[in-house]
Ligand binder design. Structure first.
Ligand SMILES: [Zn+2]
Length: 135
């Protein structure tokens, strides 16, 4: 699963490892609801192009995409990472898009850049897909 997303996100030169951690090793504030008491995070070493995903629950495509986007775009905010993760989820799973009443089509520019156009009937949103394909 990691290799698949490394290839899609153009992170071929990177070594990505994962480490399951004990749930008990993460301490949460009392006001954190049980459903939010989980931890998935990534430690990135740009110099050696290595990153390790720590997780205390099974990794899903969504978690992997999210963490690898942090590797790919270290300057992105959490919000940017989250919306790009949602885009990949939508592109991966048409049922998910449908459940959110979103219609998706892909627009290709003359220079080969691809954009996913998301439309929920009220507004349209464009997200670039194959960013920096040559990296
Ligand atoms: Zn994050």
């Amino acid at each position: 699963m990691i290799d698949k997303w490394k290839a899609i996100l153009g992170l071929k030169g990177w070594t990505i490892t994962t480490e399951a951690i004990d749930k008990k090793s993460v301490i949460y504030a009392d006001d954190v609801p049980d459903s939010d008491k989980y931890f998935v995070g990534i430690q990135i070493d740009k110099e050696s192009m290595r990153a390790r995903i720590y997780h205390d629950r099974p990794l899903t495509d969504e978690y992997v995409i999210h963490e690898l986007l942090h590797v790919k775009y270290p300057d992105w905010s959490e919000d940017q990472v989250n919306s790009q993760t949602t885009l990949y989820k939508i592109l991966l799973n048409p049922d998910y898009a449908e459940s959110m009443s979103i219609k998706v089509h892909v627009r290709v520019e003359d220079n080969g850049d691809k954009y996913a156009v998301l439309n929920n009937g009220e507004e349209e949103m464009e997200l670039k897909i194959n960013q920096n394909k040559d990296e």
